[in-house]
Design a protein around this ligand. Structure first.
Ligand code: ADP
Length: 163
């Protein structure tokens, strides 16, 4: 039987506890999960793509079936080269749905064999986004409740130079 490989794409600038929650739960239901850092042209980034990949790798080191990569291709193209059929999207609120639903339909049009699966955020993290993390960090706030402990210092240090 072939492996069931899922991809969890995002900008992860930086990875939050909300992302980590989706990664942990997805890794538990697929043979393999590929976390893919993608370029988001609309955002002014804090971390480079390479730095984001490194921060995620450090955070998910304890999950044997999770791998972290980046891609400059369309996610569906990346998925074809990796033999992945399922794209995971986390949903925090109804407001995420409208956009994600349209993206899912576009992706289906481009590549009909690929399925998008929506995973609801844990209620603990519905308010959490990378932009919230960047905002709190820019005021020197405590990041413990928002990002994985492995990367707290990196985010705090990076923002100091960015301010
Ligand atoms: P952000 O909005 O934090 O910049 P990304 O572009 O990195 O997020 O999002 C990657 C994926 O993770 C998307 O599917 C997004 O809906 C999901 N996601 C982001 N934050 C959370 C959260 N707190 N809980 C669940 N899913 C989330």
């Amino acid at each position: 039987m072939s492996m069931n490989v899922a991809v969890y794409p995002g900008s992860f600038d930086p990875i939050t506890l909300g992302h980590l929650n989706i990664i942990r739960r997805s890794a538990a239901v697929f043979d393999k999960l590929l976390v893919c850092v993608v370029v988001n042209s609309g955002k002014n980034p804090l971390f480079t793509i390479e730095e984001r990949v490194e921060l995620i790798r450090r955070t998910v080191a304890r999950f044997p079936n999770v791998e972290v990569e980046s891609s400059e291709e369309l996610v569906v193209e990346y998925m074809k080269t990796r033999g992945a059929r399922v794209m995971i999207k986390g949903l925090r609120a109804v407001s995420d749905f409208d956009w994600e639903f349209r993206i899912a339909l576009v992706n289906k049009k481009i590549e009909p064999t690929i399925e998008t699966l929506f995973m609801p955020s844990s209620e603990k993290y519905t308010y959490l986004s990378s932009s919230v993390v960047r905002e709190i960090a820019s005021y020197g706030g405590d990041l413990k409740a928002f990002v994985p402990k492995e990367i707290i210092d990196d985010v705090a240090r990076k923002v100091e130079r960015w301010r």
